[in-house]
Design a protein around this ligand. Structure first.
Ligand code: PLP
Length: 256
């Protein structure tokens, strides 16, 4: 069986983000995705209306059910929703130091909707940071996690908080023509990539990128190579993204 990534992620009924993005991206990377569902959200391509989080015991029971059953070699997390779920994941990762771990520190939806209380989540994420093989914040999340506005200082602060590698995604920066991502490993900038900024807003671009990285790590890529593969793949699926209704965020087309 294909190497498996166990994703801790929420359900987005639009299918753009969350666990569906994880399943599709990891499938496209060549690996297999298993899911421990953290929350059921109520949202569409335009906004989040609410969510109900899974209990800590239910979340852990889902994860434990597939350990030993599937060839899991790593974990990826997206929306966790509550401090209980973050504590559950920290517990699970402590039980499995053999797994790599891709931490996508989701705080809000791309549409701006709440996926949990931001201040509480930021505090709780400190438990997960030292477990992560790589953290993939956008610049809004990086500033929120560190309380530091300057991006270089914020990156170094995240390393001081226990990060081992960080992919800083520049999509929220004021660069009208391009998006620049920066990959840091052990405090050092090891790669910077620029791609053309595509028009419009995308639902699930962050989930897709982090999951594809996890899929490639499961297949044995080194970190830098996994990130490069994921960035190239993501650009293609965003270029082909579909617009559900005129004002809706675009849904990445991860197949075909
Ligand atoms: N996970 C869930 C369940 C979501 O609903 C969202 C955003 O709507 C995300 C994660 C993060 O999505 P993005 O990849 O757009 O940052």
């Amino acid at each position: 069986m294909r190497p498996t990534v166990l994703c801790f992620s929420g359900l987005d009924p639009s299918g753009g983000a969350g666990l569906q993005a994880d399943i599709e991206a990891i499938g496209q990377s060549g690996a297999h995705a298993a899911i421990a569902c953290t929350a059921l959200t109520i949202q569409n391509s335009q906004q989040v209306f609410g969510f109900e989080a899974t209990s800590k015991s239910l979340l852990l029971a889902q994860a434990h059910a597939v350990v030993g059953d599937l060839p899991i070699c790593g974990v990826k997390s997206g929306m966790l929703g509550t401090t209980d779920n973050i504590a559950a994941l920290a517990e699970f990762l402590a039980e499995h130091p053999e797994y790599f771990y891709v931490l996508d520190p989701v705080l809000v939806a791309n549409s701006g909707g709440s996926l949990g209380d931001q201040a509480t989540l930021v505090k709780a994420f400190t438990q997960l940071i030292p477990h992560a093989t790589i953290i993939t914040p956008n610049t809004v999340e990086l500033r929120a996690l560190t309380g530091e506005q300057d991006l270089e200082l914020a990156t170094q602060k995240l390393f001081a908080m226990g990060a081992k590698a960080i992919l800083v995604k520049g999509g929220h920066e004021d660069t009208p023509d391009y998006i620049q991502n920066s990959l840091y490993i052990q405090g050092e900038l090891v790669n910077q990539t620029r791609c053309a900024r595509l028009e419009g807003e995308y639902h699930g671009s962050g989930c897709s990128l982090a999951s594809f990285i996890a899929g490639r790590l499961a297949l044995g890529d080194q970190l830098k190579t996994a990130v490069q593969h994921a960035e190239t793949w993501l650009f293609g699926v965003l270029k082909n993204a579909e617009t559900p209704i005129p004002n809706g965020q675009k849904i990445p087309k991860r197949f075909g």
